[in-house]
Design a protein around this ligand. Structure first.
Ligand code: SF4
Length: 396
């Protein structure tokens, strides 16, 4: 293995650990950081990913490792990882020992713009790095009405804490079309459309209107969009997303084991149908969208690892990509106070998931096109192995 590759894997191990454990910080160090000016601030459009709520403190979204891996900033005041400010520069540390100097993510220019109705574009479609943006059309989930939220999810708690303060509301298709067009003019090239469940499952009509608005504003028939949906009762509805111009579709099973699924996602079962129906919907979507153009997500660390790997293998055999983000026991979720597995557990799973994806023939572009952000560990492993990082080009 080349020296650079070894170094990149070291940085990836740090990224994994700092993401799983979170990062401690004295918020005062951000006083002089130009957050909301030169640097990208967190905007809570759907989920709080910090391990503690912080409605009166602004935080940056993340930073880069020396060789270009994107590391999210997720606050945890008890973590061994920390960021400090010394002599005007920021450092990532572990147990008070410097690991490397860091530079926070730059703020994209379209964040300075507003839509025609005066809404800040940063609240419509936040930037998720490397040309990927995400828009949560609704910032709440109707499953709460029956107390059936997914147990790991804090969408409704996030709304209660941040929505009013940050000006986050439901989005209309016009606002999303304008914002996607502005971001694309600046070089963005993928948009994920997501959100909580809405009453009466009216999302298909809404998604179709959004697709049309994006097409009108960008002038692109294929705007490289991913629609994130719940399994529709009538599978034929899936065809409509394809016809509307979405390139990829995401249907998140969250847990592969059917008993875990039923326990962790009660509302997904009562609103959409059984585990079997979800699997049928995902496989049907793959037949409509094609190999490598459908994604399912599993929240890694809730069920045993071998169950998750079984699911990743199964989906891969059907041409479906599985993304496994490390579960964080989010504040405001029903599982708050639980613990995710150790970082090494997550790193091992990510390496195995990347090997399965490679064996199934999924390309980096397919992983990119189906993901809400191209910075999962599986993306990084592809980037390292395929020499896709700027460091690999300048230092082969
Ligand atoms: S469907 Fe589940 S994961 Fe999605 S927003 Fe609702 S509660 Fe959260």
């Amino acid at each position: 293995m080349s020296e650079l590759k070894q170094q990149l894997y070291k940085e990836l191990a740090i990224k994994n650990e700092a993401s799983v454990e979170g990062i401690a910080v004295n918020p005062a160090i951000f006083r002089d950081l130009d957050l909301g000016g030169a640097y990208q601030e967190q905007v809570h459009t759907l989920f709080e990913m910090d391990h503690e709520q912080h409605d009166d403190i602004a935080f940056p979204c993340g930073f880069e490792s020396p060789n270009g891996l994107k590391i999210p900033f997720q606050w945890d005041s008890k973590s061994d990882y920390s960021i400090t400010l010394e002599d005007g520069g920021y450092f990532l540390n572990k147990r008070d020992k410097h690991l490397f100097p860091i530079d926070f993510f730059k703020r994209p220019d379209y964040y300075r713009n507003s839509t025609a109705d005066g809404t800040r574009m940063s609240t419509i479609a936040p930037y998720n790095q490397e040309g990927s943006i995400i828009s949560a059309y609704s910032n709440e989930c109707a499953l709460k009405d029956k107390g059936e939220d997914c147990l790991f999810c804090n969408a409704n708690a996030t709304k209660d804490t941040y929505a009013e303060k940050e000006g986050i509301f439901w989005k209309n298709p016009q606002q999303i079309g304008e914002t996607v067009a502005a971001a694309y003019r600046e070089g963005a090239r993928h948009v994920t459309l997501t959100g909580g469940f809405i009453p009466e499952r009216r999302e298909v009509d809404y998604y179709l209107d959004v697709a049309e608005a994006i097409q009108n504003h960008t002038g692109l028939d294929d705007f490289n969009g991913t629609a994130v949906i719940g399994a529709p009762r009538d599978l034929k509805v899936i065809d409509k997303y394809k016809e509307a111009g979405f390139r990829t579709l995401a249907i998140n099973i969250e847990c592969w084991d059917k008993n875990y699924f039923k326990t962790i996602c009660p509302g997904k079962v009562s609103n959409c149908g059984s585990w079997e129906h979800w699997i049928e919907a995902i496989e049907y979507a793959a037949s409509v969208f094609g190999h490598g153009r459908v994604r399912s997500g599993i929240v890694a660390g809730i069920e045993p690892k071998e169950k998750t790997l079984e699911g990743i293998e199964y989906f891969a055999s059907k041409g479906v990509i599985t993304l496994t983000g490390a579960w964080c026991a989010n504040p405001g979720s029903a599982l708050e106070g639980h613990r995710t597995p150790e970082p090494a557990w997550h790193f091992d799973l990510a390496k195995k998931a990347a090997a399965i994806a490679r064996k199934a023939g999924f390309s980096y572009e397919q992983l990119y096109d189906t993901a809400p952000s191209p910075t999962f560990l599986v993306h990084d492993i592809y980037k390292i192995e395929d020499g896709l990082l700027p460091a690999s080009v300048t230092k082969p």
